[in-house]
Design a protein. Structure first.
Lengths: 303, 439
């Protein structure tokens, strides 16, 4: 058994940068896109969690591109990057007219993906813009979840509507919508409990939260952001499919990009579901929030 | 959680089985599919590469073409490799005679450490220990409250301080545990990135101070390719003793298990299967490896049979099996179907225990033809009620089918054995589970 492991460990010694450097080497050696180069390009994608199918398709597209202009290393990689950026940007729609306040934003996703933290950051950004923000603690399930959001509300100088642990999350959402209307908040952000997309009852609970909101404000929730952890593998696509089926997801928020994970699964999500990526989380402090930038994201894939 | 891999590999090898002899090219095809299956399961691409190379080296050439079919051999090799990778047996927590014993939980943000702390406390209490939870995450908002709520919901005391010096908290926790006769402390730490030097140093300091008996790396079961990076650095820094894979109650395929094992060599000790405190299961590598390859060959035999048998016959057969009446007429039908399914020797090899039961019996294709002839020479009534086959009837049948009376007797013996086997298969694959590879 030890020999199997040690062999594997040897194989793993090759790092990502070796890989990326490898493409450069291969391509300089030969001006045309040879199979070895494509294979290495594929490995860059695979190592970023883009996924087998999406990687294959993207490589196929590169293969079928007109090669006459391709001479140097850079141009191949650059052409490929441009293609990815185009793909990501294609999902960005022109900004919708802001709804009559309060605008309702629902934050959903699997357990531990970074929902509550991103809400703190978003609220902070909005209150900096002199918006009146209300947060709803509709995660009434997880231990300490309400306290956690309360801390963020305080830090962001946002208001908070909460109930007690174990209470009905839809009722909290309802109270919050009423409060936002009465107290004239510009924006209401709903924190929901983390839930695995495979749990039917929890997905039904989510639908109910949204139904209750909609009953109060017909076109709400105006935004539903699905929070995806950048370390997520292929399950991220399944998550996106299931959440998009249960809710009108309007965008993706990609968290924990400050680590070494690349978050490539969002490429697969964007391709299949056409969902735009809105924000990225890059740390645990209140201003570690950035607007998604396709070219930065793609550059990072090749770094 | 590995069901999807199982299904896919199954499909791959059903294709392979039909091909008779194994050639370098047809195994390449299959291995390409396996590569894809493993990648889709989030096994790190480098691990996959090495894995495939190993399997290929073992599959092509000398080791392959022995008595069993090529497909079976490849499955066996892949199974063995997976088993090697995942480790052979369930490894228990390493708790010694320290007073108190210390369990330290570490991992990325949101991986499930605090939840696991509660689960382990329940687990240890069930084993007769008296655990104390220690809140050493002073960073995340309300992290301490979270642990306190967890603790009170399961009736386990929590040691917490308003203090922000984690080392001091841990020191005081040790003293508190000793004074209050807690034999084990479970230390919940803040989530941290492996590339965060300062935070990793803190972890090393905690481990050193506690002289931790058991350091567990807590990883999200949905993790993708990055699992190797985090696991490697955490292991380099704190040399953890084991791994816990959380959120395995979802449909993530859990390839991270393989990746982490490959890069650290450390055993996976538990899996988390829910948010509640009792949703913790031991990790049995052999079970997982078996699941990756399918529940024994019977399943694929049945599937293969099903595709060969037209739906109606299959249904009729099922009804028959249910009622435990399996006549010679059915046997005859079966023989027809078996002919469609491929070489008889292959099929028998797929039924666990079949070779043993049929020892000394003729199960080659020539025997099949003979059996057909014998059954054809019977009257419909004889086929339905074989018990009426007395000596004179047997003699007549032997004459009519151009065989000897011994041949007729042997066929009736085989029929009885088959009837018994059908009954066993129907009883829910007990045999299959015990011997995924009957040979
Ligand atoms: N490094 C890093 N950590 C993050 C980021 N976003 C969130 N976290 C951390 O990840 C952990 C989980 O974040 P939460 O905001 O509690 O996640 P959640 O989705 O609300 O979790 P549940 O409600 O328990 O499902 C916390 O420890 C956060 O501090 C990020 O962008 N980078
Ligand atoms: N479904 C599921 N959720 C889990 C599991 N373990 C932890 N969680 C959830 O994952 C989230 C993060 O867990 P937590 O223990 O706070 O992670 P920590 O940040 O590492 O301490 C919480 O919502 C937990 O309820 C598990 O095995 N299954
Ligand atoms: Mg939360
Ligand atoms: Mg925690």
């Amino acid at each position: 058994m030890l020999s199997v492991l040690s062999k594997l460990q040897k194989g793993l010694a090759k790092t990502r940068s070796d890989l990326v450097g490898g493409i450069a080497r291969t391509l300089t050696r030969s001006p045309k896109i040879d199979e070895a180069a494509l294979e290495e390009l594929e490995e860059v994608l695979l190592s970023s969690d883009v996924g087998f199918e999406t990687a294959e398709e993207l490589i196929e597209q590169l293969r079928s591109k007109d090669r006459s202009g391709l001479t140097t290393t850079d141009s191949v990689v650059e052409i490929f990057k441009a293609h990815l950026i185009e793909l990501l940007d294609s999902t960005v729609q022109p900004p919708r007219p802001l709804p009559v306040p309060p605008q309702v934003i629902s934050i959903i996703g699997v357990n531990g993906s970074g929902k509550t933290t991103i809400i703190g950051k978003l609220a902070y950004r909005l209150t900096r813009e002199k918006k009146k923000v209300l947060l709803a603690a509709a995660d009434t399930f997880r231990a300490g979840a309400i306290d956690q959001l309360a801390v963020w509300a305080k830090r962001a100088e946002a208001d908070l509507v909460s109930s007690i642990t174990g209470s009905d999350p839809a009722a909290v959402a309802f109270d919050a919508v009423r409060a936002a209307k009465n107290r004239q908040h510009d924006i209401l952000i709903i924190d929901t409990a983390g839930r695995l997309h495979t749990k039917t009852n929890l997905m039904e609970e989510l639908k109910k939260i949204h139904r209750v909101i909609q009953r109060e404000i017909a076109d709400a929730p105006h935004e539903v952001y699905l929070v995806i952890d950048a370390t997520t593998g292929q399950n991220g696509l399944t998550q996106a499919r299931q959440f998009a089926e249960a809710a009108q997801v309007t965008g993706i928020i990609l968290t924990k990009l400050d680590g070494t994970a690349k978050g490539g699964i969002v490429l697969a999500i964007t391709r299949e579901l056409g969902l735009p990526i809105r924000y990225v989380g890059v740390g645990e402090t209140i201003d570690d929030l950035e607007l998604f930038d396709a070219s930065q994201f793609v550059e990072a894939l090749f770094r | 959680m590995f069901q999807e891999i199982t299904d896919k590999l199954d499909a791959v090898f059903r294709r392979l089985r039909g091909q008779g002899k194994l050639t370098e090219s047809n195994i390449a095809d299959a291995l390409r599919d396996v590569r894809r299956v493993l990648l889709e399961a989030d096994v790190n691409y480098k691990v996959v590469k090495q894995f495939i190379a190993d399997v290929q080296a073992k599959a092509v050439g000398r080791e392959v073409l022995k008595s069993i079919t090529p497909g079976q051999m490849v499955i066996k090799i892949i199974f063995d490799e997976l088993l090697h990778l995942l480790g052979e047996s369930h490894v228990p927590l390493k708790l010694g005679h320290s007073f108190p014993n210390t369990v330290l939980l570490a991992g990325l943000q949101g991986s499930g450490k605090t939840t696991l702390a509660g689960k382990l406390a329940v687990f240890l209490r069930q084993r007769g220990n008296s655990p104390l939870l220690v809140a050493a995450d002073v960073y995340r908002p309300a992290a301490i409250q979270q642990l306190q709520v967890v603790g009170s919901s399961i009736g386990i005391p929590v040691f917490a301080q308003v203090e922000s010096d984690v080392i001091k908290i841990c020191q005081e926790a040790l003293d508190y545990a000793r004074k209050n006769m807690f034999d084990t402390i479970i230390v919940d730490t803040a989530g941290r990135l492996h590339v965060d030097e300062a935070m990793m140093d803190e972890l090393i300091a905690i481990k050193t101070l506690l002289q931790a008996n058991e350091v567990l790396f807590v990883a999200d079961g949905m993790t993708g390719q990055d699992a190797v990076n985090t696991a490697k650095i955490f292991n380099d820094k704190i040399d953890f003793d084991g791994v816990v894979l959380t959120k395995m109650d979802g449909d993530a395929r859990g390839g991270a298990a393989l990746s982490i094992r490959a890069v650290t060599g450390k055993p996976i000790k538990f899996i988390g299967v829910g948010e509640k405190s009792d949703q913790l299961e031991p990790f049995y590598p052999d079970r997982i490896a078996s699941r990756i390859l399918g529940k024994g060959d019977v399943v694929s035999l049945v599937e293969r049979a099903q595709s060969a048998v037209d739906a109606e016959t299959a249904h009729k057969m099922q009804q028959k099996f249910k009622q435990r009446e399996f006549s010679l007429e059915d046997f005859f039908d079966q023989l027809q179907q078996i002919k469609k399914m491929g070489p008889l020797q292959d099929l028998m090899g797929m039924i666990p225990g079949a070779n043993k039961m049929l020892k000394g019996m003729q199960v080659d294709d020539r025997g099949l033809i003979q059996a057909e002839a014998i059954i054809k020479s019977m009257t419909p009534q004889e086929r339905r009620s074989p018990q009426i086959l007395n000596g004179s009837r047997r003699k007549r049948i032997a004459l009519g089918s151009g065989t000897r009376i011994q041949d007729v007797n042997r066929l009736l013996e085989q029929y009885k054995v088959l009837q018994k086997m059908m009954k066993q298969m129907k009883q829910g694959g007990g045999l299959a589970r015990k011997m995924p590879f009957g040979w």
